[in-house]
Structures are given as C-alpha cells and as structure tokens.
Design a protein. Structure first.
Length: 498
C-alpha cells in the first residue's frame, strides 16, 4: 500500500521549507528548504524590506520537488496541504491575480508613521478595544503607505493578501484569507467580529480589497489544474490550513488552550500564549491576534511577546568573550557560578528598540561587575539569565492580561539547548517546560490534516509529537531565582528611567 502524506509549506523571509508527514504514523518523511543561503531582501531605502512573491513560489516548487524525489511520493499520495508564513506582509494583486509590486514584508518600517497617526487620530481606546493593538507597522498601515506614495499602482489593486494567502492563490487560483490573518494585519474588529471597517474608512480603503474569509481549519481551496501540472500534484488536492508563523509555531507544539505557551529563542525570542478572553495590553507592549482556533463563537487569542535581544546576545558573548570554547562549554562555564551570577546583571536589549519597553532603545548594559571578583563565567551566566529575565518581564504583562502560565512548550533548539537557560526559565516562571521535536512546516502539514478532517482534532493530529524533555521548576532554589530576577528587574527599571 502506498504511503499517505500531508504536505506543509513554511514561507519564511530567509527560505521556504517543505515537509511531507506520514498520515498513519506521524513521522516526518522528508524535509527540504530553498534557497540554501538566505533569500535576498530588497532594501531600496534605509528601513525598507521587500521580497518578490514569485521568489517564494519558485522556492516552494524547488523544496517540493526535492522531497517528492527523496521519498518517491506521487501527487495522489498527498491528501492535504497546509501553509505557514511570515506574518504582517502585504501582497497586492490586480484583477488577473498578477502581483503589482514586491511584497512589503514584516521587518519593513516605512509604515510606522501611518500607524502612529491612525492611533492618535482614531484614539487609543478605539484602536485597543477594537483591534487589540495600535495599527502600528502592520499590513493595513503598509497599504496606507502604498495608497499615498504609489497612487497609480494603488488604483490597480483588486485584492490584498498576506504571504500565505499568495501561496494558496498560486496553488488554487482562489484569493482567500482567514480571521487570524486579518487580525495580524490590523484588519479585524474584535468588537464587531467583522473586518475593521472603521480603520478602512479612516485610511480610505475599499473593503472589497479584503479577500473572502475562510476558517483556518477547513477546505479553503483545491489545487488547480495549472498548479497540479506545474508542481506534480494531484488536481483537487485540498488546501486546508494556513496560519502566520508564530500562531503556527504554537500549532506545531500543540498549543491551543488558554494558559498554554509556545516559545522560541533564536536570534530574537518569542513567547506566544493563548488567552481565553478578549483583552489587550493598554501600553501595547505585547500584540494580541486571533489564534488559529478563534471563531466568532469562541474567543481564543494569541498574545505575542517578542524580545529582539535573545540568542544574538549569547552569540555576541560567544564571539567576543569565549571564542575559544563551544556553546556547550559556555554552559559549563556558566554553571560554575551561582544563581544570580554573584551580582552581575546584563540588560539584553542591544538589538534595536524593544516593544516590551514601549519601543525604547536602551542598548545592552552590564551592571555590578567587579574586576577583582568576576570572570568570564559570570558574564556568560549573567547573559543567559538576562535573556530569561527579559522573557519573564514580558510574561508578567501577559499574566496581567489574565493568562495563567503553567506550561511552556518549545522546540529543542537554539537557547533551549542550554540546561541553564531552561532551568532558569522554569525556576523564575514556576512553569513546567516541555521540549519537542517539530518545526513550522511539520505543524502546517498536521494543521492541514485537521482542516481536511483526516484527524478528528488537534490531540489526534499531535498524538505522535515527540516529547524530548520535561523541565520542572526547581523548588529548592526558587527563592534564589526570584531574588536574582527581582534585582535584575530593579536594574532594568533604573535603566528605563535614565
């Protein structure tokens, strides 16, 4: 009997990844990504960041071809397709579904003044109560920039999409989106439970630009004859899931319920938690979007905390303080000194303005260093503790919004490879950490299985998720962890006020 597969795409700004997941045993049959070096980002001016959507499609095809060749899979062996994608991008197409300009992607900052002006003109209460965020630098504000600066091009726009919507359009010929997607672009009104007409009216957008809305888990479209011929897939294969990369990371870790947390700690760090009630941070230090299982009847919100200065600090320390040892040896060095690093404290915010600090740019700083007492082991430990403490600082905001954080799910990668990092995070937060083997394209594939009805629910879809480790809070040293965090937090607050 032929193997049955689910196909997942993960459309990032550095590459497009594709994975085939075996339906029957949940195993990853093959994974590939293109390009093997980072994809180019077009930056015509400082602060701009664009990519050609055609490049995503070309890289998706190359990734797919590789995994199909590797497994010997045929188009008819794939039962459903899911898509994860870089959030907050803007793709504009005309009536013939032709892309009108490069996509303005997530890290492009040109739209900041448009979002800030909308927030001021409409009022913080209106924006926060309806959008749960400031319009900020999100998709709607990027469209406002296009309208003002490229009016001739703007007049040709038929539909606007997010990057994942574009890939789905190329697969199916249908332009569709989700509530979760609209919410990440600041185009969903949580009060009215409808597209955000008040913001569209403010910017002067025609609501017809919004694509048809489909449920996140549903047959959202089917592979067209043209795409089937181009990709070697079977015509009619359902496209049954799409989500932004952070909600999808939560999906890949089986995070669906209030109080559950998904975290990553690469160059930057993310804590993404599920909230069961509609709420927001009055200071917009965290972002709130519709989670993948949000419906008009069920409130499931994804609260997103992003810390820019995470693994990048650890890499800086490795490069400049411990260049002669491995990352594993760095962890051994850090373990030689006690919790709290004998009073050395590092504020890790040296990678640009931090939203959690209300967009202040404090820079990274070291406090309490004694030339007669401390050595590089203290620096290494203080750096890892500073990263953890920045997570906990943001998680306190999430708790004030009503989130009860008891469990943190993460992939065993990046900073979560460090026992010291994991133990400190569990020790300060009091949450149990569970580490899994998964990634975004695999999560998208399993999401497709849910959307197509191949799995009855997410528990069945992720029943084969491999749990690699469980880290319980160390009650014996809890006071030491909390005292170290309190001292770090006091130093941070002095830094913010300086």
């Amino acid at each position: 009997m032929a193997n049955r597969y689910l196909l997942g795409f993960d459309v990032g700004s550095s590459s497009v990844k594709a994975s085939l997941v075996n339906v029957d045993n949940g195993e990853i049959a093959a994974t590939a990504f293109y390009p093997e070096k980072e994809a180019p980002i077009i930056a015509k001016k400082t602060g701009w960041a664009e990519q050609d959507p055609q490049m995503w499609w070309d890289n998706a095809k190359l990734s797919l071809k590789k995994i199909m060749t590797e497994t010997g899979a045929k188009g008819e062996d794939i039962l459903a397709i899911g898509i994860s994608y870089q959030m907050h991008g803007l793709v504009c197409v005309d009536k013939n579904q032709q892309v009108l300009r490069p996509s303005i992607i997530w890290c492009d900052s040109r739209a900041v003044p448009y979002g800030e002006k909308a927030f001021k003109d409409l009022g913080s209460d209106v924006c926060l109560q309806n959008l749960l965020n400031s319009p900020g630098n999100f998709t709607a504000s990027k469209l406002a920039w296009v309208k003002e600066n490229e009016p001739e091009l703007y007049s040709k726009i038929d539909k606007i999409m997010l990057p994942g919507d574009y890939i789905a359009m190329k697969l199916s010929g249908d332009v569709r989106t989700t509530i979760s997607g609209l919410s990440e672009g600041m185009m969903w009104d949580f009060k009215k439970k409808a597209p955000a007409k008040f913001l569209f009216d403010y910017f002067g957008f025609d609501e017809s630009m919004v694509a048809d809305i489909v449920p996140t888990f549903s047959v959202q479209g089917e592979v067209s004859a043209a795409a089937a011929a181009e990709l070697g897939l079977k015509e009619g294969t359902p496209i049954s899931y799409r989500a932004g990369d952070q909600p999808n990371n939560a999906v890949s870790l089986n995070v669906f319920n209030p109080g559950e947390i998904a975290s990553t700690a690469g160059t930057s760090g993310v804590v993404y938690g599920v909230l069961g009630d509609v709420n927001y941070d009055p200071k917009s230090r965290v972002n709130t979007f519709a989670h993948v299982n949000y419906t008009e009847e069920l409130d499931r919100l994804g609260v997103l905390l992003c810390i820019n200065g995470t693994g990048i600090l650890n890499a800086w320390v490795h490069r400049n303080v411990t260049p002669d040892v491995s990352y594993a040896d760095m962890n051994d060095l850090a373990a030689q000194v006690p919790i709290g690093a004998d009073g050395v404290k590092i504020i890790p915010f040296g990678n640009g303005a931090e939203r959690v600090l209300e967009n202040k740019e404090t820079g990274c700083s070291i406090h309490g260093l004694s030339f007669n007492k401390h050595n590089r082991s203290h620096i290494v430990r203080a750096a890892q503790e500073g990263i953890v403490f920045s997570f906990c600082y943001g998680m306190e905001i999430m708790e004030h919004m009503g989130m009860d954080i008891k469990k943190i799910h993460a992939g065993k990668a990046n900073m979560f490879l460090s026992p010291l990092f994991r133990d400190t995070l569990a020790g300060v937060s009091g949450a149990t950490i569970e580490l899994y083997e998964t990634d975004g394209s695999v999560g998208a594939a399993k999401g497709a299985g849910i959307g197509a009805g191949i799995y009855k629910d997410h528990d069945e879809a992720f029943s084969t998720l491999k749990k690699l480790a469980v880290i319980e809070p160390d009650e014996k040293n809890r006071d030491a962890y909390l005292n170290a965090y309190a001292e770090w937090k006091a130093e941070l607050e002095k830094t913010i006020k300086a």
